[in-house]
Design a protein around this ligand. Structure first.
Ligand code: ADP
Ligand code: MG
Length: 251
């Protein structure tokens, strides 16, 4: 049995002369809620994009559930069970809330189910619909299912983005700055929601610029600065780490 769900070794990504992610080793275990923080430009999104197939790494290795996944395509990463959200929201504004989520649910069906979509259309539709409603009520958007996504408040759109990722039935969820643009109260609610999801057994990697959110809920926090991992410890230890404080103050 493999306790480790995701692992990187020497992960490096360069853009021309700039090393955005520099030789980063990471281990994430089943059930963990891990924070990845760092000042703007630290390389968090680039690291994340290397994990999820959006950027092939320049060097190093990514493993998911014991298998190397370095350099595979984003849709393959999604199919393996890594759900993600984007720092800049990617929901479809002219589709309803329901349809935005059901697209994710379609992807979660097995290959044979999707092949069967034609002859057994009703059955499949029902499965997708049930799953979509489940998730919508989980994130508190069921009463807005028929609304166009564009009409949702910014805070609600953030939940829609998470709902879309959840609809794919991920084995690991990676969130890129989910609290960006939210006020303090909304951030608190989101923190609670993320924590609940994790307590139900979903491993989560939470990428955040804001230290406050991660410190309250994460089991462990990794810190990137100028592409390098400068700390990887409990929230308490990380908050007292001089290199971390310097990176943030000097940011
Ligand atoms: P963070 O998410 O921590 O704010 P990023 O990963 O977005 O940091 O960026 C890390 C560094 O890599 C920054 O200096 C940024 O300008 C650079 N960078 C990110 N993406 C690209 C890209 N596609 N092309 C060139 N440089 C990039
Ligand atoms: Mg970023």
């Amino acid at each position: 049995m493999s306790e480790v769900i995701m692992e990187t070794k020497g992960l490096t990504r360069r853009f021309g002369g700039l090393t955005a992610v520099d030789n980063v080793d990471m281990v994430m275990k089943q059930g963990e809620l891990v924070g990845l923080i760092g000042p703007n430009g630290a390389g968090k999104s680039t690291f994340f994009n290397c994990l999820t197939g959006f950027y092939p790494p320049s060097e190093g290795e990514v493993k998911f559930m014991g298998k190397p996944i370095t350099g595979i395509k984003p849709y393959q990463v999604a199919k393996l069970g890594i759900g993600r959200t984007f720092q800049n929201l990617r929901i479809m504004p002219n589709m309803t809330v329901f349809d935005n989520v059901s697209i994710g649910a379609i992807g979660s069906l097995s290959h044979s189910m999707r092949r069967a979509i034609w002859p057994f259309r009703c059955k499949t539709d029902q499965k997708i619909s049930t799953r979509t409603w489940e998730i919508l009520s989980r994130v508190g958007l069921d009463s807005l299912a028929g609304e166009l996504a564009a009409n949702l408040s910014y805070g609600k759109r953030k939940y829609l983005e998470i709902a879309r990722a959840l609809a794919t039935d991920p084995k690991l969820l990676i969130l890129d700055e989910p609290a960006a643009g939210l006020n303090e109260q909304e951030t608190g609610q989101l923190a609670e929601f993320i924590s609940e999801l994790n307590k139900e057994g979903l491993p989560i990697l939470l990428v955040e610029h804001d230290m406050g959110l991660v410190m309250g809920i994460c089991h462990r926090v990794m810190v990137l600065a100028l592409g390098k991992k400068i700390a990887d410890d409990t929230p308490t230890a990380v908050q007292q780490d001089t290199a971390v404080l310097e990176a943030y103050l000097g940011g």
